[in-house]
Design a protein around this ligand. Sequence first.
Ligand SMILES: N[C@H](CCC[C@H](N)C(=O)O)C(=O)O
Length: 273
Amino acid sequence: MQIAFTKMHGLGNDFVVLDARDHALPPLTGDVAAALADRHTGIGCDQLIVIEPSDRADWRMRIYNCDGGEVEACGNASRAVGLLIGGAVTLETKGGLIATRPHDNGIAVDMGEPRFEWDAIPLGYAMDTLAMPVGWPVGDGALENPVAVNVGNPHAVFFVDDPYAVPLAEIGPLIENDPIFPERVNVNVAAVTARDAITLRVWERGAGITRACGTGACATAVAAMRRGLVDRTVTVTLPGGPLTIAWDDHNRITMTGPATISFTGSFDWGDYA
Ligand SMILES: N[C@H](CCC[C@H](N)C(=O)O)C(=O)O
C-alpha cells in the first residue's frame, strides 16, 4: 500500500508527516513509527507526525518520537502542521488543545498553559519544581537544581554558563531516564544572555539531541521567567535558529517561528509494517 508523506522541519528538527485527514492509515504501531524514523533504513526524522480527524478540534496531531513512543506535544511540528494545513487551525494533541496561525515570522502557535505542580510534570514525589533539590555529576562539576515544567510534555531546565560546554550526549540520557521522572523527561541546558535572550540546547526524550525543540524553548522561557531572569517575551536561540516565546497575562504561551516543507514522497507501507 503506497502512502504519501511530506518531509518537513522546524529549525532543523525534522519530521515525516502523514496526512490522514481524508483517508485512514493502516494501524500505526511504535515499531512502524521507529522504522520510518530510522535515518539508516527508513525515511529518517526526529518525530513522525500523523494528522487525522478530531471531534474536539479542527484536526488531531499524533506525535511519535523516533524511538517509537507516542508523546503529548511537539512545538516545531505544530508549526509544520499549521503551515501544511494553512490558515488558523486548532489541533487536538495528547497534551491538550493548541492553535496555529500564520505570522509574519512563520507560524505562531498558542501552546496553552504551563504546569509546574510536581505531579503534573510528573515527578516521582513532591518537591519544589522551581529548583528541584537534585543533581547529576558532570565532569568535575554537576548539573543541578533544574526547573521542572510541563508544556504538554515534561521538561527539566538547567541554567548553565555555556550550554555548548555541557557533554549533553553523555548526561542527557542519564537524566532523561532517571526514575525521578516517571514518564522520562526532555533535558534542556540554557544560558540567559539578556533580559530578552536565551541560548538553548536540548536532549529530547525519545529522540536525543535535536537541532531545535519547540516545547523545550517554551519550557525554558517560562522557567527563566518564573525565576525572574528574563522578561515575558524572549528570543530562544537553538542550534537550528531562533524562536520567539511569549507568556501572556492569561497564562498562555505563544511560540513563533519558521516551518519548512523539505520534499514530498511516498513509501510502501509493507516495507515497514
Ligand atoms: N521529544 C519530545 C517530543 C518532541 C518535542 C520537540 N521536537 C518539540 O519541537 O517540541 C517529547 O518526548 O516530549
